[in-house]
Write a protein that binds this ligand. Structure first.
Ligand code: AR6
Length: 219
């Protein structure tokens, strides 16, 4: 399914994100940035060991050993992937993180802003936080697609509430790397022409189709 939104398009596909031929794929990472299971494991497997080496370097040299904060994306090269870049972002853990709705929206929005600022044209996302991090896929699909639609329409969806939620999620000691400031004002859609959601299962794809129709119907 593909729809035009603003100056770009949203595509929903069922498939494997590691096969996507886009400028950047997003990785649903964890705070260590050092790989894991699920889509994180698949991306590291497909990209090769150079990806882990770069992630280790960033943890050590840029973050000073600190964890990556939820919803604060970090961009690396794509190595053996078709995608030139990987944008690693940690989504909320449902049932544990406060304000998971705001954090999930911030995760999508910050990845899109980072991609736009880097001049990227196409970005593919997995369904962040709906695997090991335990969030309901129907709930997450509305937030993901609502945020993407707002971004492509150039709507400033950031606000004081997001600022509060993101700040609360952050440890007191700030790392050297604030790859994105979730509270910064919206920079507009930049040149992003396609945002693709890659759903691993048919069931998830169907949920996202329904959510996209609902989000667009809401105007
Ligand atoms: N392509 C697209 N989607 C995929 C793929 C793939 N190759 N593989 C899995 N998915 P998860 P999370 C889907 O658990 O919930 C990791 O261990 C999957 O079906 O990968 O954000 C990290 O290191 C689900 O719909 O990410 C973290 O510790 C979606 O990707 C933790 O899991 C997200 O599932 C992050 O948990």
């Amino acid at each position: 399914m593909q729809v035009q939104v603003g100056h770009g398009s949203i595509t929903l596909v069922q498939g494997d994100i590691t096969h996507q031929d886009v400028d950047a794929i997003v990785n649903a990472a964890n705070k260590t940035l050092l790989g894991g299971g699920g889509v994180d494991g698949a991306i590291h497997q497909a990209a090769g060991p150079e990806l882990l080496a770069e992630c280790k370097r960033i943890r050590k040299e840029v973050l000073g050993g600190a964890y990556v904060e939820t919803a604060q994306p970090v961009m690396t090269n794509g190595y053996r992937l078709k995608a030139r870049h990987v944008i690693h972002v940690v989504g909320p853990i449902c049932g544990i993180d406060p304000h998971p709705d705001r954090l999930l929206a911030a995760a999508y929005r910050n990845c899109l802003q980072l991609a736009a600022e880097a001049g990227l044209k196409s970005v593919a996302f997995p369904s962040i936080s709906t695997g090991a991090f335990g969030c309901d896929v129907r709930w997450a699909s509305r937030i993901a697609l609502g945020t993407i639609v707002d971004f492509l329409r150039g709507v400033d969806a950031t606000g004081a509430d997001d600022k509060e939620a993101v700040e609360r999620s952050e440890p007191a000691e700030k790392s050297g790397l604030r790859a994105r400031d979730a509270t910064a004002s919206h920079h507009g859609p930049g040149g992003i022409a396609e945002v693709r959601m890659v759903l691993f299962t048919r069931a998830d794809y169907d949920v996202y189709v329904e959510a996209l129709e609902a989000v667009l119907a809401e105007g």
